[in-house]
Ligand binder design. Sequence first.
Ligand code: FPP
Ligand code: ZN
Length: 410
Amino acid sequence: MELPVYPPLPTDGWPTPTTRVQAETEASCRAFFIDISDLPQEEIHQLQKAGFLDQDERVCLLKDRHVPYLAHGLEFLPAGFQSMDASRPWFIYWILHALEILDADLTSFKAACINTIKRCWSDALGGGFGGGILQLGHMATTYASCLALAIIGTPEAYDVVDRQALLAFFLSLKDPVTGAFHAHEHGEVDVRITYCVISIASLYGILTPELTFGVIEFVAACQTYEGGFGPMPFQEAHGGYTFSATAILSISNAFDRVNIPALTHYVAFRQMSVEGGYQGRTNKLVDGCYSFWQGAVPALIAQYTRGIYVSDRELHQRYILMCGQQIEGGLRDKPGKPRDHYHSCYVLSGLSLSQHGDGQVPIVVAGSPDNLVKPTHPAYNISPDKVLLIQAYWDNKASHRIEEVVESMD
Ligand SMILES: CC(C)=CCC/C(C)=C/CC/C(C)=C/COP(=O)(O)OP(=O)(O)O
Ligand SMILES: [Zn+2]
């Protein structure tokens, strides 16, 4: 008689449920990796008619379907998204950024986006932008609001932000023990929220020593034995936090404070060898949003990886194009999952980074050459031009202010 194994193994023949779902995911991706040379001519014609293949039988980014899906999301959300009423600035950021990557015209949305974000400022409730009108200010929705205004990129948009009130809001949520930041009063403290503060403060010209005090020490303490970063010291490394930590280090020019070879190893091994996309953490499944959260790291550390860009960019783009697109428009986590605006934003951001790298490596465009999209800044995830524009805007204001003071002294 065969002896039992404690605890009992699953009865479906797989050693663990994790092994089973990984194998299922690989199989579902393989089904999408069409080898054109294997297809009958009739099927090729159908895929060309559907817009998925171009005349030369190369896979296409369905720009003409993603743009209307995204634009429609600003004006209408299905009932199933009701719980997202506390995420209005997030929708605005996700959609505007995805549209800017696709080089769509944002003009007709700008005024209503500015009006919505303006009304989310939470004056009576302690400052910050909330997730909706009359909602408590929160660091994550403040981050999304300020990024959306930076994408809109006009003085009217920038001036929605009272920078002194914003700085006061940030400082009110600084944790005196760790130097990191709370998401809201009594809320969680982690490296993601700290990234929200550091990136917005650096875009809005308010990155003061009081704000940055202790931040790099906190970030360095979040690096784990795997080489990635967790939300807090001694917690599991994950793509969302690894991006946040790496972007803070990039903005602060502080890579000398962490173990870069370990980080390089971590991010290189989060790219899945069969699927081509990224997993969020070790032994978990591929997901399109990590095309950005993990996929930004090779760009952020490119100058420290001895001329090697630590991502297989062709394989990555194959995952995005063949597994990440919904044929009706919109992008997704993986085959079998429905499209949504969060994934549309981060899958396209990941595609852009995979194509452009850190801006110093040659561009790689998999599939049709028309798949080329606009670049995104790997640390801020808005257009690099919009980063320069907003930073120049505050610099100019500061120099005008200095001129006024000097003139008043004459
Ligand atoms: C700047 C900013 C707002 C950053 C957000 C970063 C981010 C995406 C964090 C993810 C947090 C997390 C622990 C997800 C795990 O979810 P899961 O267990 O469902 O997913 P998994 O299986 O892929 O790990
Ligand atoms: Zn995801």
